[in-house]
Design a binder for this molecule. Sequence first.
Ligand code: MLT
Length: 409
Amino acid sequence: MVHVNENFLKLPESYLFSEIARKVNEYQAAHPEADVIRMGIGDVTLPLPQAVIEALHKAVDDMANSNEFHGYGPEQGYAFLRDTIVRNDYTERGIEIHSDEVFISDGSKSDTGNFGDILGTDNIIAVTDPVYPVYVDTNVMGGRAGELLDGKWSEIVYLPCVSENGFVPSLPDRKVDVIYLCYPNNPTGTTLTREQLKVWVDYALENKALILFDAAYEAFVSDDTIPHSIYEVEGARKCAVEFRSFSKTAGFTGLRCGYTVVPKEVMAYRKDGERVMLNRLWNRRQCTKFNGTAYIIQRAAEAVYSKEGKAQIREMLNYYMNNARVMKEGLLAAGLEVFGGDNAPYLWLKTPKGISSWTFFDRLLHELNIVGTPGVGFGPSGEGYFRLTAFGDKARTAEAMERIRTWKI
Ligand code: MLT
């Protein structure tokens, strides 16, 4: 008799963004005339930069030519891309990272979700709350979460990030082994300074803990006091793994490419205390379970770092951050309390009059035809909050703000 992994049965029936898509599709089917503006899932709307398109065309032509054809690639990614990443994202910023510490993948969602494969099931996991649901759901699947009681997993340590603490998580009051940090933060759009991040690096070093640092939104940082990488903090090479993505930086949500940095100094421990290099285990895991990102996609990612690519991407990022500015001004003008949106493409607002996150979602959809994401979907401390993304079309974003401004909440 075949048995299921019963951990999967503990999960809520559907993934947050699938549930939202279902509700929106249902509404749209019942109201085909409704002009719905989507500011829910953080999916980009601008087409790919020209430099990326040209690299894709060229790479497709390579595949038609017997001298340039590429079959199975290295599971870790091609050297041309790993070297380019190291030079541009790390060396030029004064950070020591080596090419064999970089693993190219199909995106950070997969990597943050899969990383648990190489970690023991008895680790105590800490997450900031609210949090990107992938970190929690994959630990449920991996058997590290315990039971769901009143919206919280019994074995997960939640680090509340709310307006009262300025969305800065405090150190846990019990010892934890793995800490997920995402900065600039999804969903709150808030950031940590180098000093605030150092508190976590010091904690991890003292407690032999591991930080899984999701930097998918680093390209949106414009303030110099905010780190782009956790490796800007001394000691992080010994305790942190970093996830990066081309999805939001370069419009790759439909192409799929990201990378994970696992420095060779990052260790985990066997039960007998012997140290094990996580770089070696992640490499082993990828070689077995992942056949590499497609050659043409890696060539497209390489083009992101060309002179033209960099300029075109800057323009895209400015476009989205201009949306974020318009949104912040619009929401404030509507009398709402708003956070984030300065160095991140997400705006996090407090629902007015104590309205619950899901009621706010329903009212926004039904009364204004705007889709957002209920804060509680990201964790219990997200109740009473709501997320909007800045990845929309400029005119539609302005239209959404106009609808909110004149709304009788
Ligand atoms: C989000 O909306 O939180 C993200 O777009 C989802 C993702 O990157 O998987």
